[in-house]
Ligand binder design. Structure first.
Ligand SMILES: [Zn+2]
Length: 287
């Protein structure tokens, strides 16, 4: 739903402003999203998920690992020789698919999120809901959608709110932002003031209607994140476009406040109420 104009909308305007870097496999599109920051896009799946490689002087963080359809580790190794730690924005399948290829996988200290990463989603029982026909364009050669699964990975460190991750010459701060899911986090890059928003904000339909979503917490998280905007240059979202102006967070807060006050109109779409705002939408539970 967040990419309901997929694939017609490709390439998206927010990505065209970024410098493209050659990728190793056509499944990925790689862009420079900042100084020492690479965005790894998967535009051939309708989720259009984006993972970020953030380089320090001594090590790198890979913020999410994408769908697990292409080999993101091979892309990462083309871009850096530094040791890489995976940090998951949350545990939804489209962000953790290639976790298993890495020795270090860190996630927020939430039992539900950690359990989902460590359990994985095994084929063939659930694959059809993740890769139905029409949800993807060209798959990598040899990839069998019927065998698609999210492999289990061990979470090697549980992150806390306001914990810092030292990369050498660059520090990332963990900001707990529950709402989309209980253990969702954003990362703030203290050197260049980029805010990596995960699924908390992206230009598309924000999902607040899942069983593990919490609209009130989501609204509180926007209020909290807007309080950080004095230290933010721009946003790097986890879907669709690898750049968004920071003002979008204030707009998202306002939209969610209007929803909470019953002042926003919605349309019913499948299992959700969808509220449309300029630059994003929000999906809430039907009832
Ligand atoms: Zn998600």
């Amino acid at each position: 739903m967040e990419s309901d104009d997929w694939p017609q909308a490709l390439p998206r305007p927010g990505n065209r402003r970024l410098k493209r870097v050659e990728s190793g496999a056509p499944w990925f599109e790689v862009y420079r999203a900042g100084d020492g920051v690479f965005a790894l896009l998967e535009p051939c799946h309708y989720e259009e998920v984006i993972s970020y490689l953030i380089l320090g002087d001594e090590r790198a963080v890979l913020f999410d690992t994408g769908m697990g359809i292409g080999n993101i580790r091979a892309e990462v190794e083309r871009l850096t020789a530094l040791p890489v730690v995976v940090v998951n924005s949350h545990s939804h399948y489209d962000h953790v698919g290639d976790d298993y290829r890495f020795a270090e996988v860190w996630a927020f200290d939430d039992d539900g999120e950690v359990t989902r990463i460590e359990r994985g989603i095994m084929a063939p029982l659930e694959y059809s809901s993740f890769l139905p026909p029409g949800s993807y364009l060209d798959l990598p050669p040899g990839f069998d959608p019927a065998a698609y699964e999210i492999r289990p990975s061990l979470v090697t460190r549980r992150l806390r709110h306001l914990e810092t991750i030292e990369l050498g010459g660059r520090t990332l701060t963990v900001h707990h932002a529950p709402g989309h899911s209980p253990g969702s986090i954003c990362l703030h890059d203290n050197r260049d003031n980029i805010l990596f928003t995960g699924d908390t904000f992206y230009p598309g339909t924000l999902y607040a209607h899942f069983a593990d979503s919490d609209f009130d917490a989501y609204l509180r998280s926007f209020k909290y994140l807007v309080g950080l905007l004095g230290w933010v240059s721009h946003l790097c979202p986890a879907h669709n476009e690898a750049y968004a102006p920071k003002e979008m967070l204030a707009r998202a807060l306002k939209g969610f406040q209007q929803i909470a006050a019953g002042q926003a109109v919605f349309e019913l779409q499948d299992d959700a109420r969808v509220y449309r705002f300029e630059g994003f939408s929000a999906a809430l539970p039907h009832a």
